[in-house]
Design a binder for this molecule. Structure first.
Ligand code: SAH
Ligand code: SF4
Ligand code: F3S
Length: 455
């Protein structure tokens, strides 16, 4: 059969989707290859979140022209959010694309691959679904380390944040059957995996109604309950999740997180802006007081929980005062990590239809740089307070710097680098932190009280 090369861009959801695609295609007899040069089909799973994400894909397509000239039988297909957003237009604009397949149509891929074998044939499958969750598909873990895996628990988003393209590229929100989620976690644990990350655009609104519940009553599974079930699969299996929306981060979830040692103490809580005026215009459904109340709740339930965020600089009409309020909320929360972005106007969104992209690019850049500088400082200060502390870490692999060193992550998702001795990836070990940068901790292997094991 065919050789398939899959290239993935964008968020964790897209990486999880590529694993579903790999599963669907290998079941039909296709083989996965690690190099574009060996492929009959190149599938590019794309992101549309910001304009530069799309420009990167366009550039990649141009690069692939040379390969396609050498190999006329090669077919290139675009999957994911950019396929959904642009549909047929993408095949008109990019001559070397033979097919586009949106996030809810991956089951059609095997048929489409057959159809586009014929020269000149172009195919698109971009219908969105209200029910598809690929719940019956056991993903093929791509490029993984055999230690940590993603489990998709829901799809789509209907929060319609004014700047965001995701509701248009991934459709209505729908939750996946909890039994299939727990079964996937069990299967991973039995294969030796040590960590799962439950994925959704807004995991707090996970909700599964089972109408055939006992006594004819509806039994409902919400996100805290799902977390409890996954955490109980094995105490050796760490559980993480992304992303939570601040508007409905509940005390119930925090209570469940606090009560299971294997639920990692790390919450990604995108703030987007510190200004109430901006938050309202962004349609985020919370204000800074609500957000800070949720931060206080996290700290109350889990004093050692790390908190990370996403922020956008230069959204429509943002003033210097709004920007100062963003810096201010960063100072107050003191995030351990932040993904920081310059606002990029996306077609079809509320902002594109009703607001002006009126913050000049150089102002956006300067504001972004100010946030980055502040965050770098805070992250370093936060890490310095970890020096002398002892953490249990899950070892993931070799450090990028040296083969003599390994790295692992704390429950708080901080990377710790240490001398390897006889430790292997997949092990849980204790380390005592002895040094740090803004991005990493350095540690020495120790016992659980911090007494060094070597020298
Ligand atoms: N569902 C997640 C976010 C998914 S997109 C959530 O709501 O938190 C990841 C991040 O990209 C967002 O949190 C936001 O900070 C950023 N982002 C989304 N649209 C953007 C745009 N048009 N311009 C710049 N950044 C954007
Ligand atoms: Fe986009 Fe908002 Fe949905 Fe996140 S919650 S994916 S930012 S619309
Ligand atoms: Fe990008 Fe789609 Fe994810 S737009 S961020 S790949 S949901």
């Amino acid at each position: 059969m065919f050789n398939i090369y899959i290239e993935t861009y964008g968020c964790q959801m897209n990486f999880a989707d590529s694993e579903v695609v790999a599963s669907l295609l290998t079941k039909r007899g296709c083989s996965l290859v690690g190099e574009a040069e060996k492929a009959d089909y190149i599938l590019i799973n794309t992101c549309a979140i910001r304009d530069n994400a799309e420009q990167r894909i366009r550039k990649r397509l141009h690069e692939l022209r040379a390969l396609q000239q050498r190999r006329p039988a090669l077919r290139i297909g675009i999957l994911g959010c950019m396929a959904e957003r642009l549909q047929h237009r993408l095949m008109t604009e990019e001559e070397n694309v033979s097919f586009v397949v949106g996030p809810d149509s991956y089951r059609r891929l095997p048929d489409l691959l057959d159809k586009v074998r014929q020269p000149g044939i172009k195919e698109a499958a971009t219908e969105l679904s209200t029910t598809e969750t690929y719940s019956d598909i056991e993903p093929v873990r791509l490029g993984g380390n055999g230690i940590s895996a993603y489990i998709s628990i829901m799809r789509g988003c209907q929060n319609y944040c004014a700047y965001c393209v995701v509701p248009y590229t991934r459709g209505r929100e729908r939750s996946r059957d909890p039994e299939t989620i727990v079964a996937e976690a069990r299967s991973l644990a039995s294969q030796g995996y040590k960590e799962v990350t439950l994925l959704g655009q807004n995991v707090n609104s996970y909700r599964w109604r089972n109408s055939s519940g006992q006594n004819g009553l509806e039994d409902e599974v919400t996100f805290p309950e799902l977390m409890r079930r996954v955490a109980e699969v094995s105490p050796q299996l760490r559980v993480r999740f992304a992303t939570s929306h601040p508007k409905d981060l509940s005390d119930d979830l925090l209570r469940v997180m606090a009560s299971y040692p294997n639920i990692c103490k790390c919450i990604h809580l995108p703030v987007q802006s510190g200004s109430d005026r901006m938050l309202k215009l962004m349609n985020r459904h919370y204000d800074s007081a609500w957000y800070l109340d949720r931060i206080a709740a996290i700290r109350r339930f889990m004093p050692d929980c790390s908190i990370t965020t996403d922020v956008i600089a230069g959204f429509c009409t943002e003033t210097e005062e709004d920007h100062r309020q963003t810096l201010d909320i960063f100072r107050r929360v003191r995030y351990d990590y932040a993904y920081m972005f310059k606002f990029s106007m996306r077609p079809d969104t509320y902002a594109a239809k009703h607001l002006a992209d009126d913050v000049p690019d150089d102002v956006k850049t300067r504001r972004l740089e100010e946030i980055i500088a502040l965050q770098g400082q805070v992250a370093l200060e936060n890490n310095r307070t970890e020096i002398g502390r002892v953490f249990e870490i899950l070892v993931e692999g070799e450090s990028h710097r040296s083969r003599e060193q390994l790295f692992g992550r704390t429950s708080q998702n901080k990377v710790v680098v240490f001398d390897r001795h006889d430790v292997k990836p997949g092990d849980y070990v204790f380390v005592k932190v002895c040094d740090c940068t803004a991005a990493t901790l350095k540690g020495v292997l120790s016992d659980s009280c911090g007494t060094p094991l070597f020298g």
